[in-house]
Design a protein around this ligand. Structure first.
Ligand code: C2O
Length: 559
């Protein structure tokens, strides 16, 4: 295998050529993205190198060329489900019960419209009904597929490698870290909501969403602490009101002031969700039959989504249970309310003019879920896209979405480049030196070539990141700010996004490392900072979580 190395290089600081201003037009223009364009690599060399060199090479190649169609990934191997192991000896059984009848195909929901309310706005009657639904779900026999334990196990089996793929028995199935993240969780919530509604005989019942992106949802909604069936013993109890949710939370980052979290959260939402135009960077990278299951999570998945999981899980549990580990997250009713808002982000993102993937491998990917009648239902990604029509639910309108969709980050540095030269490590491919860049607890600054080009979006790709999947790794990425450190605020134009990991195990192995690519949308930042004509960008990664990772390359692509 060809390896990559890190060389040193002298960087000429480019001079700032533009006034610091984000044009409303820039945003408009960026919105007109072609949904089917994928990042294009700047040069042939790079492309050849990547295809052959990176351990997860197939994964990057698939993000580079989304038209290299293979097939959708295979259905989960329900009959051959394995028991994901947790730690060395505790075996948690999270395979589904045996279906009683033959699998049926999903039919469009013909029931009445269900309107999902914001969790902080629901009234007493709603809370009573909601609590009753979970009380009934908790009381079902443990092998009933509608019981809360089995509902949690659905997530565990799909997320901790309980399944192989039918037709590709060597391949595990993972619905995080790739383009299946949003549609799979949409289906999961759909069936969960229908089961809750049927348990209380109310077909209009709709799950509440915890609107952590806005002021009204700044705390874990009170009902999750007060109502017996909505409570969960394994939560971070110091994160109830008056602690504001931190959308890039990582263990040990509890010292921020309320005002800092408030301001930072707007920037986090803007940078990881609102400014992202390209589907790979928003949903996650494509996966197809034969291409491995983890190619890189999209912005919405990493943060806010992953960080809110870590915020909710208990720091006193060995594996950040319940919310902070995939195998246990679904045991906490808060999970489903959190995911209501994650799902709502898909709608908000579309409302900004963005378009979904139209790739047939994506549209035809299938999953299996138990429904409210305990029937096993086969569903396709494409049937989840129009949720109002096919699934009969929608979200209460939230006027405060604008607080972050229209956010305008300001540069931290008011002075332009000084023109002096600096020396930073360059992550650069080379056959001779197999060493990847190690990122530990200290910030790391690298330079990345910025080829000339323009497109709907400009993407910074961190390639071949080897991550221990059992660590809550987290880092913030900045451009043009080599002095960035743990205390640097993210409410600035230099901040481009966050990587955050939710710990999880692998079948029979426990701890495992995976190779993923991470894409940050940086067009808006580059424009605001006046760096469009720079031939190199200085990128600083500031680790905040626990654990270390390695990085094999970095590049800038246009898509
Ligand atoms: Cu499947 Cu929020 O995780």
């Amino acid at each position: 295998m060809v390896a990559l190395s890190i060389d040193r290089l002298e960087l000429q600081r480019p001079s700032r050529t533009r006034p610091l201003k984000i044009a409303a037009n820039a945003r408009k223009e960026a919105n007109a993205c072609n949904s089917n364009s994928s990042p294009v690599t700047p040069s042939i060399d790079r492309r050849e190198l990547l295809a052959g060199a990176i351990a997860g090479g197939a994964s990057l190649a698939s993000s580079v060329d989304s038209h290299a169609l293979a097939d959708p990934i295979g259905l989960p191997s329900f009959k051959h489900c394995h028991f994901p192991s947790v730690g060395d000896d505790i075996i948690r059984v999270c395979c589904p019960p045996k279906p009683k009848r033959a699998t049926i195909d999903f039919k469009p929901d013909s029931g009445q419209m269900r309107v999902r309310p914001a969790a902080h706005l629901v009234d007493k009657d709603y809370i009573a009904k909601y609590n009753e639904a979970y009380a009934k779900m908790r009381a079902l026999a443990p092998d009933d597929p509608r019981s809360l334990r089995q509902q949690a196990n659905v997530h565990c089996a799909y997320c901790s490698y309980g399944y192989r793929q039918e037709g590709a028995p060597k391949q595990t199935l993972q619905i995080h870290f790739n383009w299946l993240f949003l549609p799979w969780h949409r289906w999961y919530l759909y069936f969960h909501e229908k089961i809750l509604g049927s348990l209380i005989g109310d077909p209009s019942f709709a799950l509440p969403f915890w609107s952590w992106d806005q002021e009204g949802g700044r705390y874990i909604p009170d009902m999750f602490r007060r109502e017996t069936a909505l409570c969960d013993a394994k939560r971070n109890t110091s994160h109830y009101e008056p602690t504001r949710v931190d959308l890039i939370y990582s263990p040990g980052s509890d010292d921020k002031s309320d005002e800092q979290i408030r301001e930072d959260n707007l920037s986090i939402m803007y940078n990881n969700v609102a400014k992202v135009k390209q589907p790979d960077a928003f949903f996650g990278h494509p996966i197809r039959k034969g291409s491995g299951s983890k190619n890189g999570p999209g912005g919405v998945e990493r943060a806010p989504h992953n960080a809110v999981h870590i915020f909710g899980g208990s720091p006193y549990q060995p594996n950040f249970e319940d919310m902070g580990n995939f195998y246990s997250a679904g045991r906490d009713p808060l999970f489903y309310s959190h995911h209501g808002n994650v799902d709502r982000m898909w709608d908000v993102w579309r409302s900004l003019g963005n378009k979904d993937f139209t790739d047939s491998d994506y549209l035809n990917t299938e999953f299996l879920f138990f429904d409210e009648n305990q029937d096993l239902v086969r569903v396709k990604v494409k049937d989840s896209l129009n949720s109002e029509k096919m699934l009969k639910y929608k979200y209460q309108a939230m006027p405060d979405d604008k607080s972050w969709t229209a956010y305008e980050p300001k540069p931290l540095k008011q002075t332009p480049w000084s023109g002096s030269s600096y020396e930073y490590r360059l992550v650069k491919a080379s056959a001779e030196n197999p060493k990847a860049l190690e990122v530990g607890v200290e910030p790391v600054t690298i330079t990345v070539d910025q080829p000339k080009g323009s497109a709907c979006d400009e993407i910074l790709v961190l390639e071949g990141m080897e991550i221990n999947m059992q660590s809550p790794i987290s880092f913030n990425a900045f451009i043009n700010l080599p002095e960035a450190n743990k205390n640097t605020r993210v409410s600035c134009a230099e901040y481009v996004g966050t990587y955050s990991n939710v710990p999880h195990f692998m079948l029979g192995i426990g701890e495992h490392t995976e190779t993923v690519n991470t894409t940050f949308s940086i067009k808006a930042n580059v424009e605001i900072l006046g760096l469009k004509s720079a031939d190199k960008l200085v990128v600083t990664l500031v680790p905040r979580g626990q654990g270390t990772f390695t990085l094999k390359g970095a590049s800038i692509q246009y898509a």
